[in-house]
Design a protein. Structure first.
Ligand code: ATP
Length: 209
């Protein structure tokens, strides 16, 4: 699972998802937009629109799936609930991975039921340019004894491990910068898939908050 606000999806998300799929030899990567992200302000566009942009961005990319399950729940989109649903779908023995960028990882101790995330899945932290910072004491305690140093050791169990991964392509693209550029009329070419940019232009999205 690669969850996020995807406001909007950009090539940093999509290239990371493709490389995760390859690096961990995953069956598929569920990209799951949060209907109501708990720890940040309201997204610029509604969840259905973010999902439609994600679907357009994924297109026919092998191994990537736009998963609408958080749009079907009421209330804040907690990843622990989403992982529990994926665990029910795939069964007790399946190896589940929740991937997140280093910036999101740094705030993990503030998430709802962070210990439970590790009961349900492995966590894979994707290195992201411009997001280096020391771990908080709460985060260090949360991950104590969980870190492994290879994909092979991670995949020996269904859940519970932590792997920090440097994917082959690191892209310093953020949705914040994309929104700013769109709002100011600057170019977003090659930051987003063409199909996503075309949809944004067609529907006049992100011109202002
Ligand atoms: P914003 O700028 O609005 O905070 P974002 O670009 O970080 O957005 P999110 O939707 O919040 O995008 O990100 C979803 C997940 O993808 C998070 O775990 C985030 O760390 C990760 N991610 C986002 N951009 C990149 C990138 N360029 N490279 C690797 N991971 C990324």
């Amino acid at each position: 699972m690669l969850g996020g606000t995807f406001d909007p999806v950009h090539l940093g998300h999509l290239r990371s998802a493709v490389e995760l799929h390859e690096a961990l030899a995953l069956d598929r990567v569920h990209m799951i937009p949060a209907a109501m992200p708990p720890l940040r302000g309201e997204p610029w566009v509604p969840p259905e629109t973010r999902l439609a942009l994600l679907e357009a961005g994924i297109g026919d990319t092998p191994g990537l799936v736009a998963d609408p399950r958080e749009l079907r729940r009421d209330g804040p989109s907690y990843s622990a609930d989403t992982l529990a649903a994926l665990r029910r779908d795939y069964g007790r023995e399946a190896r589940l991975v929740m991937a997140l960028g280093h910036d999101a990882f740094l705030r993990l101790a503030d998430w709802r039921s962070p210990q439970r995330l590790f009961e349900l899945a492995h966590l894979v932290v994707i290195d992201r340019p411009d997001h280096e910072a020391p771990l908080s004491a709460a985060l260090a305690e949360l991950i104590q004894g969980r870190e492994v140093d290879s994909v092979e050791s991670l995949m020996q169990r269904p859940a519970g491990g932590l792997l920090r991964l440097r994917l082959p392509t690191r892209m310093a693209i953020s949705a914040t910068a994309v929104r700013r550029r769109l709002a100011s009329g600057a170019s977003v070419r090659y930051l987003l898939p063409e199909a996503v940019e075309a949809r944004i232009r067609r529907d006049g999205l992100y011109r202002q908050r």
